[in-house]
Design a protein around this ligand. Structure first.
Ligand SMILES: C[S@@+](CC[C@H](N)C(=O)[O-])C[C@H]1O[C@@H](n2cnc3c(N)ncnc32)[C@H](O)[C@@H]1O
Length: 258
């Protein structure tokens, strides 16, 4: 298995608990989210009993809003974070939702239409792109957010370096991601829930058990709070802070590009 950032010809990486060639991971992740796109939002509510809404609210509350900010929500999927940012930013604020998966963006745009907020005046822009090669010039954004997305990218250091590149100096970085449970009793219950209940929910609701097994496995493979903070510093992000949510089931990592 290769370390993050390593890309030799035979390099492998993890896709859940499976080792796959580095060149295949992105397509495997794309297939997962293409398969679950239509049931994605319902599944989030069911599997977290709605708690993901509180986490996302806490996440967006961490942004220091000022007028005329430009926002990038990476791995923005069906738009949950972008819609929340839009409620708190000035009307018409420029918010780019970037995701590698056209199916997730399709669902996001449909949700925007349902909310009556599509079109040039909405400020929302939906862009298909990779977190490791963001289709935006240097220093384009004041705020970069990524929620439950970083776990899915192939090369986390490359994605963090890209985040830094597209942020203007002084810009704010925020990552919301599943993390390492820090309460011993919760740890055990959460483990049993993740590996027995979650895949079954996936089978009956999203008709894709494997996608939700991947979710549980990918969470266990993702760097814990300290390791992610270290990777962020190595990528040149500064003032790194960590906030655990629900005993570390999720965590918010924040930083600045100085
Ligand atoms: C769990 S969903 C999160 C969606 C949304 N941010 C939310 O919190 O509801 C993960 C998203 O990451 C996207 N994704 C995975 N790998 C990506 C990459 N390399 N670049 C951009 N988006 C990616 C997937 O297509 C999917 O929409």
């Amino acid at each position: 298995m290769s370390e993050p950032g390593q890309t030799s010809a035979n390099a492998t990486t993890h896709f859940g608990f499976e080792d796959v060639p580095v060149s295949e991971k992105s397509a495997r992740v794309r297939d997962v989210f293409a398969s679950v796109a239509d049931s994605y939002d319902l599944m989030n509510d069911l599997m977290s009993l709605g708690v993901h809404r509180a986490w996302k609210a806490a996440f967006v509350n961490r942004i220091a809003f000022r007028p005329d900010m430009r926002f990038l929500d990476l791995a923005g999927g069906t738009g949950d974070i972008a819609f929340r940012i839009r409620e708190k930013a000035r009307p018409g604020a420029a918010i780019t939702v970037c995701d590698i998966n056209p199916e997730m963006l399709r669902v996001g745009k449909a949700r925007a239409i349902n909310k009556g907020i599509l079109g040039p005046d909405s400020g929302l822009r939906w862009v298909c792109g990779d977190a490791e090669a963001i289709p935006s010039p240097d220093s384009s954004y004041d705020v970069y957010t990524i929620a439950f997305g970083l776990r899915n990218v192939t090369n986390i250091p490359a994605a963090l370096a890209e985040a830094r590149r597209v942020l203007r100096p002084g810009g704010q970085f925020f990552c919301l991601e599943f993390s390492e449970v820090v309460l011993p009793v919760l740890d055990d219950i959460y483990d049993r829930y993740s590996f027995s209940v979650l895949p079954k929910l996936g089978r009956y609701v999203a008709r894709d058990e494997a996608a939700y097994r991947y979710l549980a496995e990918s969470i266990r493979k993702f760097p814990n709070q300290d390791k992610l903070a270290e990777l962020m510093r190595e990528a040149g992000l500064e003032q790194v802070q960590v906030q655990n949510l629900s005993g570390g089931i999720a965590a918010i990592h924040s930083a600045r590009r100085i």
